[in-house]
Design a binder for this molecule. Structure first.
Ligand code: SF4
Length: 510
């Protein structure tokens, strides 16, 4: 059980709003009051490059640097990549992004499901259906029994092993609650439909509000995966317009320093993201690079993942329709490619907010993770027999890709891409600085390839439809042949684990 004795407790939402932020935990990461998001420099880089054609020689040098070093680019270099509009030059960038993704992560896509724990929130973000005061939302916080029902579907019926658990910011979803729900996710094992073997969630990533160091230590003690906090926008002025100053989230500095606190607390897989469509995408991407570089400067650890949510229609707000900065699919694809080249080692998540066509299109643009069989209504998995069912009043936004996990696995296999259910990395201590090195040198991709095969075998035997199993079997044969060729001495050890998995042993990994 988590030891929550040291964390501050708030019952009254008004008290929480007034006293949650700890000023010293901000100031220590903004020495001299200077913020690491240098808005003046971003504005200058945008105005210097705006409308000017890219120099192909410079662009190719930057691509080569990204590919050979896997180090984060400078904002100046990212700004050069943003100038590219010529389709042939962009295609060179896309192909390089795909090669880098394969060097770092191989031909795998990691899958997960979102699990919304609550929609109570003390904040008033103008674009969000969950905001305080939106009477159109039906509010609830999952009880532990209800969470069990959700897990029955996620781990028992669908076969997920990795979640992103999402929490509103509210005293009813305190750090104690987050810790308790993480522990419940790990301990709730359910029989699989095809084999009857027990399956449980093995990695719980968390999307929640910024927390103080002491609270983050509690989450670390219960085995949190990645801690994900979306900045929404790095543009301070716009941020203040979107997030009222009376709210906790109205504090820009508390939010922008949250990953520094994570890394200080030993939660060393951190997930960054902005809400594309609120502001000029070039501003957001340059700021993301600055954020990544500042984390590297302090801790030698950059973002474990970047997410790319686009502003979507939500209940009771017109902001998503009226924003002047909405981005089209072609720009979205550009953003992904530039992000992959700019932060080459990072995981890149494209969620089911996107349409199926959009996600299919960007599969070879550097992305590494996607969700499927997703339902983002609170208690949506157990309430609706059909996972594709959506209700605007019960969710933060509407989803665009309703494909099931089985369909997605099949689709990925048809593109020679293996679905990975591997969660070994953090359980073997391959997180933070340790995984950064492994990723940059391509070592992690090799471990992951083997673990992807083992967990894919598990999933095919426990959950797949006959049709998916057939195409999955062919892909596994091909992957094993590849491993044999590339690691002939280690191959017999791999096969031992693989055969044990075929006999029904579970959760074997390297
Ligand atoms: S975006 Fe997050 S913090 Fe803001 S109102 Fe919605 S749930 Fe609350």
């Amino acid at each position: 059980m988590a030891d929550c004795s040291k964390i501050r407790k708030f019952k009254d939402p008004a008290d929480y709003v007034k006293r949650f932020v700890i000023r010293e935990e901000i100031d220590k990461y903004l020495p001299g009051g200077r913020h690491f998001i240098d808005e003046g420099k971003i504005a200058r880089l945008i105005s210097e490059t705006d409308g000017k054609p890219a120099d192909p020689v410079k662009v190719r040098e930057i691509i080569a640097k990204s590919e050979s070093t896997c180090e984060t680019l400078t904002p100046e270099e990212t700004a050069v990549l943003m100038q590219v509009t010529d389709p042939a030059l962009f295609e060179e960038m896309r192909a390089a992004a795909d090669r880098i993704k394969k060097k770092v992560y191989d031909n795998r896509i990691v899958v997960f499901a979102p699990l919304y724990m609550s929609n109570l929130c003390v904040n008033g973000c103008r674009y969000c259906g969950f905001r305080e005061g939106n009477a159109a939302q039906k509010r609830r916080v999952l009880t532990m029994d209800e969470l069990g029902e959700e897990l029955d579907v996620l781990a028992g019926r669908i076969g997920h092993k990795r979640l992103i658990a999402v929490y509103g910011e509210h005293p009813s979803t305190s750090t104690e609650y987050i810790a308790e729900t993480i522990e419940k996710c790990y301990s709730h094992a359910v029989p699989a439909p095809r084999s009857g073997r027990k399956n449980a969630i093995r990695r719980v990533n968390v999307n929640a509000a910024p927390l103080p160091v002491e609270d983050l230590r509690v989450l670390r003690s219960v085995g949190i995966g990645t801690f994900q906090v979306f900045q929404e926008t790095y543009n301070r002025k716009l941020y203040e317009q979107m997030h009222p100053s009376w709210s906790v989230k109205g504090d820009y500095d508390w939010r922008t320093t949250c990953f520094h606190r994570c890394l200080e607390a030993g939660v060393d897989d951190v997930g960054l993201g902005v809400l594309y469509g609120l502001c000029d995408w070039r501003f957001e991407l340059l700021a993301t690079v600055m954020h990544a570089r500042d984390l590297e400067r302090w801790f030698n650890i950059g973002p474990h993942t970047l997410s790319f949510p686009r502003l979507e229609p939500a209940s009771g707000t017109k902001v998503p329709e009226e924003s002047p900065w909405l981005i089209d699919d072609a720009t979205f694809a550009r953003i992904l490619v530039i992000a992959r080249l700019s932060v080459p080692y990072t995981g890149m998540i494209v969620t089911a907010r996107e349409s199926a066509a959009s996600r299919n299109h960007v599969l070879d643009h550097g992305m590494t993770q996607l969700d499927c069989s997703s339902n983002i209504a609170i208690k949506g998995y157990s309430d609706f027999a059909n996972e594709a069912h959506q209700e605007k009043e019960r969710q933060q936004f509407m989803l665009g890709d309703n494909r099931s996990l089985d369909e997605m696995v099949r689709y990925l296999a048809s593109r020679d891409t293996i679905t990975s259910f591997c969660t070994a990395g953090y359980r073997c201590g391959r997180t933070g600085g340790c995984i950064m090195d492994a990723l940059k040198t391509g070592r992690e991709g090799k471990f992951c390839k083997i673990n992807a095969v083992l967990t894919f075998r598990e999933w095919l035997d426990d959950f797949a439809s006959d049709e998916t199993r057939k195409i999955g079997d062919v892909l596994i044969e091909k992957e094993l042949a590849g491993i044999k060729e590339w690691l002939p001495k280690f191959y017999p050890t791999v096969m031992k684990q693989y055969e044990a998995t075929c006999r029904g042993e579970r959760d074997l990994f390297f």
